[in-house]
Design a protein around this ligand. Structure first.
Ligand code: GCO
Ligand code: CA
Length: 255
């Protein structure tokens, strides 16, 4: 039985980067909890495929293909939603990329691309959403951080710096928006089975490191983020602000 506390009926959720991976899984979970979902991505074909899959399950789905790193595109997308009478009640800033190499081998262009996609996007999309949530006196912002919001490992410096920024941007959003009835929180996925991590899951040494380092002794499944997402998107979290919930099998709790 769905507790009304966790119901998302009548609410609209925009999930950035939701044509695949964690974003698609989270969008599916929010739809299952009753939300109308607005899918976002830059690959129209992948986006259409994701929309078809969710609609086939009977969910209420809109599609907004825009580049979350481009201010004009983000502003235009929100103006289209305004014109269509679509109010974003729940924003999930999930869009992100990964690039792995030693710091000394990164180009400035690669650095900028990772920071823009993984961090600046949350500022751009969060700002537009909040400009509309503040007058309404309510809203939910869920930023997708990472274990890397708090811990580092070699070869993922730009991603880690961006995810560290996501954690403190979330706290900054809470600092300014809580008084307007908006709750801004983050989810920190652990090592999840996604395309982005294909190079890791297919590496026997890395695979055994993850399993040895994680108390649950396994990788996480993208759908295992849905519970935390539904919680943070629902009335159940109305007094939760500026927090990051690690969904990582316990990895961040142990040495
Ligand atoms: C890596 C991985 C990680 C995971 C996740 C961990 O190369 O270490 O890509 O960054 O994606 O972010 O929380
Ligand atoms: Ca990401």
């Amino acid at each position: 039985m769905n507790s009304p506390l966790f119901s998302l009926e009548g609410r609209t959720a925009l999930v950035t980067g939701s044509s695949r991976g964690l974003g698609r899984a989270i969008a599916t979970g929010l739809a299952e909890a009753g939300a109308r979902v607005v899918l976002n991505g830059i690959d129209a074909a992948r986006l259409a495929n994701a929309a078809d899959e969710l609609r086939a399950k009977g969910y209420n789905v809109l599609v907004e293909a825009f580049d979350v790193t481009d201010e004009a595109s983000v502003v235009a997308a929100f103006e289209r939603l305004d014109a269509a009478g679509v109010a974003v009640d729940i924003l999930v800033n999930n869009a992100g990329i990964q690039l792995r190499k030693p710091i000394v081998e990164f180009t400035i262009a690669e650095w900028h691309r990772v920071l823009e996609t993984n961090l600046t996007s949350a500022f751009l999309v969060g700002r537009e959403a909040a400009r509309r949530m503040i007058p309404r006196g309510r809203g939910k912002v869920i930023n997708i951080g990472s274990l890397m919001s708090s811990f580092a490992r070699p070869t993922v410096a730009p991603y880690t710096a961006a995810k560290g920024g996501i954690k403190l941007l979330t706290q900054s959003m809470a600092a300014e928006w809580a008084e307007h009835g908006i709750q801004a929180n983050a989810i920190g996925p652990g090592y999840m089975l996604t395309d982005m991590n294909e190079a890791l899951t297919s590496n026997p040494q890395f695979d055994s490191w993850v399993k040895g380092r994680t108390p649950s002794r396994r990788w996480g499944r993208p759908d295992e983020l849905c519970g935390a997402a539904i919680f943070l998107a629902s009335s159940a979290s109305d007094y939760v602000n500026g927090q990051i919930i690690n969904v990582d099998g316990g990895m961040s709790a142990v040495l």
